[in-house]
Design a protein around this ligand. Structure first.
Ligand code: 5AD
Ligand code: SF4
Length: 467
């Protein structure tokens, strides 16, 4: 029996224990889409065990936190929340489970065990699929449980999943990272790169298509190196529909009827090979907004970051993409204040931002992560200086976004209608191919369809459209 089958037996056992009760789970997810996708799997397992989702943690029988550790503020957030849960635990004995990336860090689990002893289950990124077994042991044996292992990582297929949306879905295609950028904790908490089999991915996307999903986002910490490690290590891959690389995967998914849009995050510039550029250009369903993390615009800083490209190589890649892919738009991630970054070197980042004119920039202040080479670097940039640079970049980006938004006014955009607007239930919200939010007045029946909308005004973080 495989591991997931074994877990399904635990699901059945818990279902029996929970019979005739209406039990509730409350879940909070931190971090990236990969974590959200993991949470959808946790939700899938919980719902099969008979738990129903609830927004109010006070009314929950089990509270699950799925954590992130990419930046420090996530830690403060988790500890704040855990502090708040103490009273709840004393009042109603709610089961508290914490999982995800942060649990792969020893200093964090030690702190939880010492300062928050009322937490019941700690699980890591490699043991998510064993959640039913861990919960069963907690319920039956009433003991605290820690199930965290440090391994390269495996792929588990067939975990139940409860998706957040019935229009857009994320599909994890590879996991882990072998790049070891010197600021980044991900390779230490998510293990080594490993790809899912082409057949399993295609079957999942086909099933999503048959259930009416319109948009698929392919996920991976280094998504465009899909199947690369397997090829380098000559690990046999069962070929399926001609898929042997990221480019051929895009082409195969592009053919799946029913799917209207394909996105993917996050690629690494060093793996952005010509076949991937050609696939984006020729696959009509692949959105023409490409996320291309820059991190820094200075070659020396990039070298210290272990990014494996120079400023010039990044700019040349952008030029090539702009030439080969008509109407391409780019978004990016930038870290300011990496150790040793001088004011002049930071100017290079500003220069690249000015040149590329990104559609969106996700900006981060460098955050020291225990165990990474960056944390040991002597020449850390003072907090105040980091914030100053951040504000400088933010001003530039916001000006560019506003200017860029003007270009949308008067154009007609294809918008995938996602639902009611959060702030005004009388309006609908959707996204353009370039991932811009568009708010407009329309019938709720349009949710889940693609509409042609005329853009009438811009409001920094969203556009207003009309039918
Ligand atoms: N400090 C600040 N930002 C970071 N990122 C990753 N690690 C750190 C860190 N230590 C950012 C990178 C990455 C994004 C997901 O988070 O820009 O692309
Ligand atoms: Fe972190 Fe770099 Fe891997 Fe991205 S590529 S997950 S930034 S180590």
């Amino acid at each position: 029996m495989n591991e997931v089958e074994k877990q399904k037996q635990y699901i059945e056992k818990i279902k029996k224990i929970n019979q005739n009760q209406t039990l509730k789970y409350h879940m909070q997810t931190m971090g990236c889409l990969l974590n959200e996708n993991d949470s959808e799997k946790l939700a899938g397992m919980l719902e099969e065990m008979g738990y129903q989702k609830i927004e109010d943690p006070k009314k929950a029988d089990i509270i699950v936190f799925n954590t992130c550790c990419v930046r420090e503020n996530a830690e403060d957030k988790l500890f704040g929340k855990l502090g708040e849960l103490k009273r709840l635990k004393q009042e109603n004995g709610v089961i508290i489970a914490i999982g995800g990336c942060m649990m792969q860090e020893k200093h964090i689990t030690n702190k939880i065990k010492a300062s928050y002893p009322y937490v019941d289950i700690l699980f890591g990124t490699h043991t998510l699929h064993k959640f039913p077994e861990n919960l069963y042991k907690t319920l039956e044996e009433k003991k605290k449980l820690e199930d965290i292992i440090e391994i390269e990582g495996k792929i588990y297929e067939g975990i139940p999943i409860k998706r957040d949306s019935n229009i857009k879905a994320s599909v994890t295609i590879m996991n882990g990272c072998n790049n070891f950028c010197s600021y980044c904790i991900v390779p230490y908490v998510r293990g080594r790169e490993r790809s899912r089999s082409p057949k399993n991915i295609i079957e999942e996307v086909k099933e999503l298509a048959s259930n009416g999903y319109q948009e698929i986002t392919l996920l991976g910490q280094n998504v465009n190196s899909y199947l690369k490690v397997e090829q380098e290590k000559a690990i046999p891959i069962e070929e399926y529909e001609g898929i042997h690389s990221f480019a051929t995967l895009l082409k195969a998914i592009n053919k799946i009827e029913g799917i209207q849009r394909i996105r993917f995050i996050s690629p690494h510039p060093k793996d952005f090979t010509d076949d991937v550029i050609d696939a984006i250009a020729t696959c009509q369903k692949v959105c023409k907004l490409i996320h291309l993390p820059l991190q820094s615009g200075n070659t020396k800083v990039l070298k210290e970051m272990n990014r494996k490209y120079t400023k010039e190589q990044y700019l040349a890649l952008v030029e090539k993409m702009k030439k080969k892919i008509p109407n391409i738009k780019l978004s990016t991630d930038i870290i300011v204040g990496f150790p040793g970054e001088t004011k002049e070197e930071f100017e290079d980042t500003l220069e690249v931002v000015k040149k590329v004119k990104f559609e969106q920039v996700y900006m981060f202040i460098y955050s020291k992560r225990v165990g990474t080479p960056g944390a040991k670097m002597k020449n850390q940039v003072p907090e105040e200086e980091k914030h100053k640079r951040f504000d400088q970049l933010k001003t530039l980006v916001e000006n560019q976004i506003q200017e860029n938004n003007q270009k949308y006014i008067g154009t007609t955009q294809k918008v995938l209608v996602e639902g009611e607007s959060k702030n005004n239930k009388n309006l609908l919200t959707g996204r353009t191919d370039s991932n811009k939010v568009v708010i407009f007045e329309g019938n709720k029946k349009l949710i889940g369809t693609i509409q042609h909308l005329k853009i009438i005004s811009e409001h920094m973080w969203y556009l207003k459209g009309e039918m």
